[in-house]
Write a protein that binds this ligand. Structure first.
Ligand SMILES: [Zn+2]
Length: 161
């Protein structure tokens, strides 16, 4: 399975490499979001059976949008809604692919960036650093919760050791 994403860039008449760098980063982020959407579609196309009854008579019922918070920004993807004609079960074809994001709709890489940044500075400043470096808006409350969660995981690990 392979996906190809390309981007073109309009270079400004004037400006130095610092100007071009920010243009490349922006275009790169758009291309990365496209690659994520492509990976979702590739996963969906592999889904040929109902996850409940394994029936093969599944029907496309349209698209939903989902917002993902990722280490390179906020990505809006389209996911397919499906229905099984055999057992009437309704599901989204990419549910299994996206289940690891949990209710915060955040990838592990961004969650890690949040906890590391939250360790280094106040939650309010962490929000600013993450916006600047990752191009993503998270709230101070989200950073606080992720810090709590990672402390709980650390404590659990210590008990096990
Ligand atoms: Zn079914």
């Amino acid at each position: 399975m392979q996906i190809t994403v390309s981007f073109s860039l309009d270079l400004p008449e004037s400006g130095d490499i610092n100007t071009v760098e920010s243009l490349v980063v922006e275009a790169g982020r758009r291309a990365m979001a496209e690659a994520i959407q492509g990976s979702v579609q590739a996963y969906e196309e592999q889904m040929k059976t109902c996850p409940r009854c394994s029936g093969t008579d599944i029907r496309n019922m349209g698209l939903d949008q989902r917002v993902l918070l990722m280490s390179f920004g906020r990505v809006v993807i389209s996911t397919r809604r499906m229905r099984c004609n055999q057992c009437k079960y309704r599901f989204r074809a990419a549910d299994g692919y996206l289940a690891c994001l949990g209710e915060i709709h955040m990838t592990a890489a961004l969650a890690q960036a949040c906890t590391v940044t939250g360790m280094l500075c106040s939650y309010d400043n962490a929000v600013k650093v993450l916006a600047k470096l990752c191009g993503v808006r998270v709230s101070a409350e989200q950073v606080r919760r992720l810090m709590q969660r990672s402390e709980m995981l650390d404590n659990t690990n210590h008990v096990q050791v």
